[in-house]
Design a protein around this ligand. Structure first.
Ligand code: CAA
Length: 385
């Protein structure tokens, strides 16, 4: 076992760190306060090849591995969790399934511009009445000659208000349950594809999400991704990768809060000495440091397994990705809580970053599968043996 990064992984980590610290971090508080979509940062991520990191070069991507992707996600999210999730949705939830399941024509038409960052994608699985119970969807696609007609709505769609393309999951045969789901790629501008104004949320204010209505939205069969009935498996295997992205986002948020808390503890004096001298603070720092390290090990292991799965289709990392996402998101909630506690009243003030990290961490336990669903996935695998 070798825990060292390869030269390429270290290079991508450094380039992400430079970008994040020099260009993203200085804007993060303003983006959050104004709920402003970071147009200029999305454009820079496209230039840097961060919007399709693991897609092969010849398909417009960065040609790197998923460990590099996770490392870059940590760095960007450490500076701004909103910018991090915009990046992760395009990489994990749109480029990755198109790379795995699209035919050559779809790769050329849809994947290449998405992987190069010329376009941005979003992922339409969740609905107003089905989040965790994802296969129980109301959105339908009905065949009409050589076309399909989609009706229904998807909500909480991250990147939705700005996306050029949606990967949308529809029920095409109610009698077959999960096996009656089919995926479609639908570009913006298609009649009947109607994104609504952005949602207002507790955190990740700069990463806009919205509801999208499909009203007699007619799409050709050429836009179907994978076989009819394979949509749910496409969605689930996509989320096996997406959860690595969210685990990395959670680590980035937690690491930012942790580093600021350590620096503050060394500066801030109480009872005649830096609070870092107090065991009450030292024990918090010890727990945070250990949890962050453990989350990184779980997450990079899942990313490494995803790289093995690229070479060997038999490799599954469903449980390992769920463990990484569950653990990293729960410790992000805990670490940001403890870091804010160390900051005391300053941590509660919008003059500092800490309250933003605290709010941003919370979503990582909800999207791309709640902590409860992660436990369902892990226990199902453990009990199967
Ligand atoms: N890979 C491949 N196939 C899979 C799979 C995986 N990871 N997981 C399940 N499947 C297959 C199963 O093998 C089964 O097929 P067979 O019958 O042929 O074996 C089929 O899919 C159905 O599986 P289940 O019976 O396990 O399905 P279920 O209805 O019980 O649901 C669940 C399982 C784990 C609860 C699932 O619904 C789930 O993950 N829910 C959470 C949804 C979620 O994460 N949503 C996130 C939305 S996206 C988002 O949040 C983006 C954002 O904002 C940033």
């Amino acid at each position: 076992m070798d825990f060292r990064l390869t030269e390429e992984q270290a290079l991508i980590q450094k380039s992400a760190r430079d970008f994040a610290q020099k260009e993203v971090a200085p804007k993060a508080r303003e983006l959050d306060a104004e709920g402003r979509w970071p147009t200029e940062l999305v454009a820079r991520m496209a230039e840097l090849g961060f919007l399709g990191i693991a897609v092969p070069d010849e398909l417009g991507g960065g040609g790197a591995d998923h460990v590099s992707y996770a490392l870059a996600m940590i760095e960007v999210s450490k500076a701004c969790a909103s910018t991090g999730v915009i990046m992760s949705v395009n990489n994990s939830l749109v480029c990755d399934p198109l790379w795995k399941f699209a035919d050559d024509a779809q790769k050329k038409e849809f994947l290449a511009p998405l992987a190069a960052g010329e376009q941005l994608g979003c992922f339409g699985l969740t609905e107003p009445a089905s989040g965790s119970d994802a296969s129980n969807m109301d959105t339908v696609a009905v065949r009409d000659g050589g076309d399909w007609v989609i009706n229904g709505s998807k909500n909480w769609i991250t990147n939705g208000p700005h996306a050029d393309v949606i990967l949308v999951f529809c029920c095409t045969d109610r009698s077959k349950g999960a096996k009656g789901t089919t995926a479609f790629i639908v570009p913006k501008g298609t009649k009947g594809f109607n994104p609504q104004p952005r949602d207002h949320k507790l955190g990740i204010h700069a990463a806009h999400s919205c509801t999208i209505f499909f009203e007699d939205c007619r799409v050709p069969d050429a836009w179907r991704l994978g076989n009819e009935g394979d949509g749910f498996k496409i969605a689930m295997s996509t989320l096996d990768g997406g959860r690595i992205g969210i685990a990395s986002q959670a680590i980035g948020i937690a690491e930012a809060a942790y580093e600021k808390a350590v620096a503050y503890a060394k500066e801030r004096k109480a009872f005649g000495e830096p609070i870092a001298n107090k065991q009450a603070i030292q024990f918090k720092i010890a727990d945070m440091a250990m949890q962050l390290d453990a989350a990184k090990v779980l997450t990079l292991r899942a990313a490494w397994l995803k790289d093995q799965a690229v070479k060997d289709k038999g490799v599954r990392h469903t449980s390992e990705s769920a463990m990484a996402k569950l653990y990293a998101s729960e410790i992000a909630t805990h670490v940001t809580h403890q870091a804010l506690q160390i900051f005391g009243g300053y941590g509660y003030s919008t003059e500092y970053d800490m309250e933003r990290h605290y709010r941003d961490a919370r979503i990582t336990e909800i999207y791309e599968g709640t902590s409860e669903i992660m436990r369902v996935v892990i226990s199902a695998s453990a009990l199967r043996g």
